[in-house]
Design a protein around this ligand. Structure first.
Ligand SMILES: CC(C)(COP(=O)(O)OP(=O)(O)OC[C@H]1O[C@@H](n2cnc3c(N)ncnc32)[C@H](O)[C@@H]1OP(=O)(O)O)[C@@H](O)C(=O)NCCC(=O)NCCS
Length: 229
């Protein structure tokens, strides 16, 4: 059964197709990080070798598992799970850019790209994409799942020429810098960051066909305010 939204459809289970380049890419990205020396000592080599997370577009019946996994990952920010539910119910949702990682049928990772806007100095508004949140279950961190989810969702966004060509996010430049994100002000994109965030948290990823004229201050839809709760 297809998921539908914003006037287009995408088949569920697309990542299960053997020939889908993105899935092969994800598996290549995830596998090298699941090496013995990155694992806590209580994980056996056999367990690590058996790790083979499946990456998939979220299904509607995934919502409760995603909600509880996000609450585990963002322990002190329960509002993030509420934000995800609100984005899903909004016009800014992109169902084909909301991915889960499954391990033995358990949801262990999640990433969402949805829509936001840049407002330029003349008051002009530009549709952009924004990546938030990214979450990996605490028991499954440091196996490459978070990085693989980001690479996968960026590849899917890049292939969608109907979508804006710029992805914004607020996050660690150490983590996202190696995934192709750059310092946002270098590309004319300004964030109103929280007081505790360093300026380098403001980042953008330029997709194929990026237009440098798309500049301005990031303005989030109302759903994002819930993340502070
Ligand atoms: C951040 C998160 C998604 C990373 O997922 P993951 O599957 O462990 O990530 P990967 O295995 O692909 O990469 C792990 C690398 O990211 C680094 N990393 C993880 N969290 C980081 C952070 N907050 N800041 C900087 N680096 C971080 C680790 O040091 C690790 O690098 P190393 O193994 O070379 O030391 C996961 O830790 C998480 O869900 N955290 C809680 C929620 C959160 O903070 N989300 C991000 C919001 S922007």
């Amino acid at each position: 059964m297809p998921l539908s939204g914003r006037g287009w459809t995408v088949p569920i289970g697309i990542f299960n197709r053997e020939d889908l380049e993105v899935n092969a890419f994800v598996r290549r990205s995830a596998a090298p990080r699941a090496t013995e020396n990155r694992c806590p000592p209580n994980l056996t080599r056999r367990y690590v070798r058996s790790m083979n997370p499946v990456f998939d577009i979220e299904r509607s019946d995934d919502a409760p598992a995603i909600d509880s996994m996000i609450r585990r990952a963002f322990q002190e920010q329960s509002g993030v799970a509420d934000m995800v539910a609100a984005i899903r119910a909004s016009a800014q949702y992109e169902p084909g850019l909301t991915l889960v990682a499954r391990q033995a049928d358990q949801v262990v990772g999640f990433v969402m790209i949805s829509h936001a806007e840049l407002v330029d100095d003349e008051g002009g508004r530009h549709d952009v994409l924004t990546l938030s949140p990214l979450a990996v279950h605490p028991d499954h961190e440091r196996h490459g799942i978070g990085s693989a989810l980001v690479r996968a969702v960026l590849s899917l966004a890049d292939a969608r020429s109907d979508l804006p060509r710029l992805v914004t996010l607020e996050g660690s430049p150490l983590f996202y810098g190696r995934l192709g994100f750059e310092f946002a002000p270098d590309h004319g994109v300004v964030f109103d960051l929280p007081d505790w965030a360093p300026p380098a948290a403001a980042q953008v990823h330029r997709l194929t066909g990026y237009d440098p004229a798309v500049r301005g201050r990031v303005t989030y839809p109302a759903a994002f305010a819930l993340a502070e709760g």
